[in-house]
Design a protein around this ligand. Structure first.
Ligand SMILES: Cc1cc2nc3c(=O)[nH]c(=O)nc-3n(C[C@H](O)[C@H](O)[C@H](O)COP(=O)(O)OP(=O)(O)OC[C@H]3O[C@@H](n4cnc5c(N)ncnc54)[C@H](O)[C@@H]3O)c2cc1C
Length: 312
């Protein structure tokens, strides 16, 4: 008998893989939250609101709006969350940072959020605009943990904070970073939302380490569906996120084909969340980049179905 062809040999001797387990029929769909950024132009504002309307029927438990240093970006964050309160069925969370403002000024911004009906803040340290070493404002909150403690005095906000499965780039050590996370939660935050990541094992190990460090609050994975590979490589270099080589290989040669890149993004993110779901994770925070389609498709795969929206 002739030797089997390489294909047949692989088929006869290679391992067999099961598909990822599906969510059980009686298991509730995961809880979702969506992140948006405040629009800089009228055209971007139209795009954002079309995105919000498209995702609203998925009934996320909250939607958050990022915040930048500087008056105009802050006003845009405020305007966006305030409009969400009055015109949608959504529960907005406003991001707030310590950068470039005194404690009094930040407290005033928080009070204005409360008065506008915002009950949830994502409390962050923030970064120096344009890069550079972070130096706290002389009269400001130095770190996110100080901001959390300050916010808790302003009003009984629900507070979420940031976490870094691959460690914050300037943290002294992984353990020190976990202690910082614990400090933020002990100061009054009830949930951590992670920076995006591509290696699920790293995230799951981070959950184990957090638990070992005495953290029992939910740590929600931040999911970034990536369709612009070049941009994510640049961004990841700054934020300390490892971009695996397989992701680069997926996007090789399709730089000019937006549609194919978006299809790849959907496949990659769907596989990531399904694997996390199979590992028992049932809450996800999506970085939407103000575009609804990828988030919508991935939420659908996770078992989330739209509801009728009555208000607005
Ligand atoms: C979910 C999410 C949302 C975000 N949204 C925004 C946004 O809207 N706007 C924005 O500008 N940025 C945003 N960021 C980015 C964030 O502001 C930066 O990553 C920033 O560098 C750190 O913020 P933090 O809240 O994690 O800071 P912190 O928790 O204060 O930690 C910052 C660094 O300081 C260290 N540290 C903390 N406390 C101490 C201490 N007492 N002594 C010594 N070292 C300490 C930590 O280990 C870490 O290295 C977001 C990040 C995430 C993950």
């Amino acid at each position: 008998m002739n030797a089997p062809s390489p294909t047949l040999a692989r088929w006869l001797s290679g391992p067999r893989f099961d598909r990822l387990p599906d969510r059980a029929d009686d298991q509730a769909p995961p809880k979702l939250s969506f992140e948006f950024f405040p629009p800089r132009t009228d055209a971007l504002e139209t795009q954002l609101w079309a995105c919000i309307r498209k995702l609203e029927p998925l009934a996320p438990r909250f939607v958050s709006v990022t915040y930048g240093a500087g008056g105009t970006t802050q006003a845009r964050t405020h305007a966006t969350v305030a409009r969400m309160v009055t015109e949608t069925t959504l529960t907005p969370a406003a991001h707030l940072t310590c950068v470039g403002a005194s404690r009094g000024e930040i407290d005033d911004i928080a009070r204005a959020y409360w008065d506008a009906g915002i009950r949830h803040i994502v409390a962050l340290r923030g970064d120096v605009p344009g890069g550079g070493d972070y130096v706290p404002h002389p009269q400001g909150y130095a770190y996110a943990s100080d901001l959390v403690a300050g916010l808790a005095k302003v009003a009984p906000f629900e507070i979420s904070v940031a976490a870094y499965p691959e460690i914050h780039p300037t943290a002294a050590s992984p353990l020190a970073d976990l202690e910082v996370l614990k400090r933020k939660l002990d100061a009054g935050a009830t949930r951590a939302i992670t920076n995006y990541f591509f290696d699920n094992a790293t995230f799951l190990r981070f959950l184990d380490l957090a638990l070992a460090a005495g953290i029992s609050a939910p740590i929600v994975p931040g999911i970034m569906p990536v369709s612009n590979y070049t941009q994510i490589v640049k961004f990841s270099a700054v934020s300390g996120v490892r971009v695996p080589s397989w992701l680069g290989a997926y996007f090789e040669g399709v730089e000019d084909d937006v549609e194919i890149r978006r299809m790849i993004a959907a496949v990659v993110a769907a596989e990531q969340v399904r694997q996390l779901q199979a590992n028992g994770i049932d809450e996800f925070h999506f970085y939407t980049l103000n575009r609804p389609d990828l988030t919508n498709a991935i939420a659908h795969i996770l078992g989330v179905r739209p509801r009728a929206v009555s208000a607005g």
